[in-house]
Ligand binder design. Structure first.
Ligand SMILES: Nc1ncnc2c1ncn2[C@@H]1O[C@H](COP(=O)(O)OP(=O)(O)OP(=O)(O)O)[C@@H](O)[C@H]1O
Ligand SMILES: [Mg+2]
Length: 289
């Protein structure tokens, strides 16, 4: 059984704008995928394709319009408060901007300790030890514990966010553009840390990014999203070696700097995707073609 199962996920938003007709945005439109225990799964696609919305549904930061999300076989939409509490330990987020998870007024040591306090884990003394150990794991000196987020570099802040995410021993970390605000070399260090944790802690990663090089480097399987739909999903190596959907080819061409055969999400292309279900074009390789 996969660790995370997303089945028929739909999330619509009603956008009310002054002096303009109210429109319904189908941010996520029937998305299904799974992430295995200890697996690194990539979610890619252009801006506005619904990646963050899907992640927020999985993290239960928002309620889906339809569909089901199961963790360890259990539907998260119908969990008791007790089970949800356990879920909040098992799935941890890391966002692009660590300020979303770090309180700017708190010394970062307190931010890392906070999940332990909230979940009443350990005594004050052994929480301190655990926090130092977590800092060591993410390659930071305990001297940083007393600093506030604003006194750290972007890379150091993201390491702190990672330490906080790891504090409760999660089984899945949902990473939404975790390194895209960082310089390439700093981002590469964070990526290497993540891959080490994935391997050493058997951590599953749901990795959301625009950066196809990162996907290729980090993930075993990938789903390509456009306009709320998965247009292609397969083993990452298969998608890179033999992309089947025109949109995937365009993305890959743009990433490698070669000329694209066709571009942008035209309305016609999106309507075609809606009309064509995902087909298995090769074993384990699905595309809307
Ligand atoms: N709270 C909201 N209210 C209304 N519309 C929203 C809301 N959140 C997202 N949307 C819309 O849903 C669509 C998907 O947005 P989402 O943020 O999930 O895309 P994304 O793939 O994460 O994009 P990016 O790569 O830019 O982060 C967009 O059209 C967006 O404007
Ligand atoms: Mg996003």
């Amino acid at each position: 059984m996969p660790l995370l199962e997303v089945e028929g996920l739909v999330k619509r938003f009603v956008q009310r704008r002054p002096l303009q007709p109210t429109v319904e945005v189908r941010a996520v439109n029937d998305v299904s995928f799974t992430v295995g225990e200890g697996e690194s799964f990539g979610l890619v696609g252009e801006s506005g394709s619904g990646k963050t919305t899907a992640a927020r549904c999985i993290l239960r930061l928002t309620t889906p319009t339809a569909g089901e999300i199961r963790f360890d076989g259990e539907a998260i939409g119908s969990m008791s408060r007790h089970r949800l509490r356990a879920l909040r330990r098992a799935i941890q987020p890391v966002f692009q901007d660590p300020y979303e998870s770090l309180n700017p007024r708190l010394p970062v040591g307190e931010s890392v300790a906070e999940p332990l306090v909230v979940h009443r884990i350990g005594t004050a003394a052994n929480r301190q030890t655990r926090v130092e150990e977590l800092l060591h794991q993410v390659g930071l000196d305990p001297a940083h514990l007393g600093r506030r987020p604003g006194e750290l570099s972007g890379g150091q802040r993201q390491r702190i966010a990672l330490a906080r995410a790891l504090a409760l021993g999660p089984r899945l970390v949902v990473l939404d553009e975790p390194v895209s605000a960082l310089d390439a070399s700093v981002g590469a260090q964070i990526v290497n840390l993540l891959m080490r944790f994935q391997r050493d802690l058997n951590l599953a990663l749901l990795f959301i990014t625009h950066d196809l090089r990162l996907v290729r480097h980090m993930t075993a399987r990938v789903a390509v999203m456009r306009a709320g739909l998965i247009v292609e999903t397969a083993a990452t190596s298969a998608v890179f070696a033999a992309p089947r959907h025109p949109y995937t080819r365009t993305l890959l061409a743009a990433a490698t700097g070669s000329s694209a055969e066709e571009s942008e999400a035209s309305d016609a292309g999106v309507m075609e995707d809606e009309a064509s279900p995902l087909r298995e074009v090769a074993p384990g390789h699905w595309a809307r073609v």
